[in-house]
Ligand binder design. Structure first.
Ligand SMILES: CC(C)(COP(=O)(O)OP(=O)(O)OC[C@H]1O[C@@H](n2cnc3c(N)ncnc32)[C@H](O)[C@@H]1OP(=O)(O)O)[C@@H](O)C(=O)NCCC(=O)NCCS
Length: 187
């Protein structure tokens, strides 16, 4: 699959993307608030093989794509279907993204994620898309808010990251653009 936005092309990975992916996946700045990384060379090989294997599955449940700008890979974005079904047999998925630090602050994550949300609702007919980020990850929370996703929950001491138990903010948006009814939201 391939998705095109105003400035970006989101496309399937190939093994030849190793150097470009490793450039951001091995950079400690990208993994400050996430459970993976910084990647070893083998971690990056495993990641690419995982993405390529998942792309070949039918039906496909995981869509992890390279974010490219002018033909160069600058980041990664994924939409993964939940293993459990939603209400009335509907399907839900979680979105996640990473960019090379040199590319931060230019709206690329919002642009890529917006295309992925549209794909999820219009092509996969998802009923809900969720995302999770640490409260300290103001950039990611900013992206999710710009996408129109609402914070619907906060899980305290949810993830062990760099030796510290950090909270998780849960964001969601339902098909049609409405946010699910909030609960357990810190005000
Ligand atoms: C999260 C990440 C993908 C954001 O990418 P980005 O392309 O820089 O984000 P955008 O430029 O689309 O930013 C959208 C909004 O987020 C907010 N934002 C982005 N970076 C910010 C920062 N450093 N500080 C505060 N707000 C920020 C702003 O509101 C911004 O909108 P504005 O530019 O109109 O003010 C990037 O920081 C990253 O790769 N981080 C490491 C990996 C990661 O943490 N991924 C998310 C895991 S939950």
């Amino acid at each position: 699959m391939e998705l095109t936005t105003e400035r970006l092309v989101l496309r399937e990975y190939t093994l030849s993307d190793h150097a470009a992916v490793h450039a951001f996946a091995s950079d400690p700045r990208t993994s400050t608030f996430v459970e993976w990384g910084p990647n070893s060379e083998q971690d990056t090989r495993d990641f690419l093989n995982f993405c390529i294997d998942k792309a070949a599955e039918a039906p496909r449940r995981s869509h992890t794509l390279a974010i490219t700008l002018d033909g160069s890979v600058i980041g990664s974005i994924g939409l993964t279907l939940n293993t459990r079904g939603g209400r009335h047999g509907t399907q839900e998925a979680e979105i996640g993204y990473t960019l090379h630090p040199d590319r931060w602050g230019k709206g690329y994550a919002t642009e890529a994620a917006s295309a992925m949300l549209h794909f999820g609702f219009s092509q996969l007919h998802l009923s809900r898309i969720t995302a999770a980020c640490r409260p300290e990850n103001v950039a990611s929370a900013g992206v999710l808010q710009k996408l129109g996703m609402a914070q619907v929950g906060r899980l305290e001491n949810d993830r062990l990251i760099n030796g510290r138990w950090l909270d998780t903010l849960v964001f969601a948006v339902d098909a049609g653009g409405s946010a699910p009814a909030p609960h357990n939201v810190d005000t």
